[in-house]
Design a protein around this ligand. Structure first.
Ligand code: HEC
Length: 141
């Protein structure tokens, strides 16, 4: 009996304290800040999750683990891409690819080549090694 009393008193005191705090505007601001922080955290975490999900694709993973040869990549580019993007990748039917690696992530570049999502650019199916070479060439632009 004595023990129950001992534990109960501080709890009731805390409850009344909380009740008082709810009314205070600065506490409300703190709560809003906390909620915003939580939302920010969720956004950051989901960006990471999406990135991890994308790079967990086995083909992308293999390509990204390889060191491509830009000279070989240039040759692949001349055969498959230069018709549209120009032999110096400065644009014809397709847009100029100068500085493309600043605008697109390695994943974005791989996706652009293999997805066929933006016609008239066709969907390519290079081997992982060819893709790694091509990627290393695109990164020199
Ligand atoms: C039939 C013509 C054609 C061929 C062949 C072609 N492309 Fe494209 N490419 C395009 C067009 C058109 C776009 C613009 C698509 C859009 O965003 O609407 C494009 C867009 C791109 C982009 C994105 C540019 C940007 O600014 O976002 C990249 C990167 C690219 N191509 C790389 C390649 C590579 C690498 C090859 C060879 C494997 C290739 N393309 C072959 C026509 C082509």
């Amino acid at each position: 009996m004595y023990e129950i009393k001992f534990f109960c008193t501080p709890i009731t005191q805390k409850v009344t304290l909380l009740d008082n705090q709810i009314v205070k505007p600065e506490i409300l601001m703190q709560r809003i800040a906390l909620i915003l922080l939580a939302i920010l955290l969720v956004v950051v975490l989901s960006v990471f999750a999406v990135r991890m999900f994308k790079t967990s694709d086995p083909y992308v993973k293999t390509v990204l683990s390889m060191t491509g040869d830009p000279v070989q990549g240039n040759a692949i580019f001349q055969i498959n891409c230069a018709g549209c993007h120009g032999w110096q990748a400065d644009g014809r039917v397709g847009p100029s690819l100068q500085g493309i690696s600043k605008r697109k992530s390695p994943y974005g570049l791989i996706h652009q080549v293999i997805s066929g999502e933006t016609p008239p650019m066709p969907k390519f199916q290079p081997s992982a090694e060819e893709m790694a070479d091509l990627l290393s060439y695109l990164e020199t632009l």
